[in-house]
Write a protein that binds this ligand. Structure first.
Ligand code: TMP
Length: 215
């Protein structure tokens, strides 16, 4: 069986995690252990420790390059301990965020430069890339409003950035979409959740025909 690596991307408040949960709820009973659901930063004990460091409010003074390197370090560990072995075993991986998040948030949002961020991540990933990326698109104002309404107890250090930061993140995502039209597919995340889920299923069926056909 061939392995598949699919990443889920989008600005904060796009609702990708809710969509992911709905898809996993339907697929898990069918696929069992073949479905690997993971996230970044995280997905592995060491990467989850780095996640806590990255989002801790006590680390407000973290330098932007330090932040980019920590995301890349967490990614490296995730690649080696989860992604590569799962792909080799023919599993289907759904990852809540991957390298495009660093290009959009650190490259665009923090203005470190998209190429510089690609470069450190090339070292981290050694070419491990998703075959499909579902990009959940939402205007920054809508995303921020959703976070304020629904996630009050889980707002992290990055969610609290200014609107201009979130605008830069979204525009960096839209540039990625232009650059990699074959890999990255855009889903309008302002639609009702049912429609967003239906769009995601349609795209996932292309990766492995029949994945959702009976549902
Ligand atoms: P989430 O788990 O709610 O998606 O939050 C993850 C946060 O981390 C989100 O604000 C995006 C940010 N992030 C980066 O800035 N760079 C990265 O490389 C990754 C994976 C996430």
């Amino acid at each position: 069986m061939k392995g598949h690596f699919i990443s889920f991307e989008g600005p904060d408040g796009a609702g990708k995690t809710s969509v992911l949960k709905a898809l996993v709820g339907q697929l898990q009973p069918l696929l069992g252990e073949r479905l690997v659901v993971t996230r970044e930063p995280g997905g592995d004990p060491l990467s989850e420790q780095l996640r806590r460091v990255l989002f801790d409010d006590r680390n407000k003074g973290m330098d932007d390059r330090t932040e980019a390197l920590l995301f890349a370090a967490a990614r490296r560990q995730h690649v080696v301990s989860v992604l590569e072995p799962s792909l080799a075993a023919g599993k289907i991986i759904f990852s809540d965020r991957y390298v495009d998040s660093s290009v959009a948030y650190q490259g665009g949002g923090r203005q470190l430069g998209e190429q510089a961020v690609w470069d450190i991540n090339a070292f981290a990933t050694q070419g491990v890339m998703p075959e499909l990326t579902l990009y959940f698109d939402v205007p920054s104002e809508v995303g921020i409003r959703r976070i304020a309404q629904h996630r009050q107890n889980q707002v992290n250090r990055l969610d609290r950035e200014a609107l201009s930061f979130h605008h830069r993140v979204r525009h960096a995502y839209l540039r990625l979409l232009d650059q990699y039209p074959e890999r990255i597919k855009k889903i309008d995340a302002t639609q009702p959740l049912d429609k967003v889920i239906a769009d995601a299923k349609q795209l996932l069926n292309r990766v492995e025909p029949g994945l959702f056909d009976s549902h």
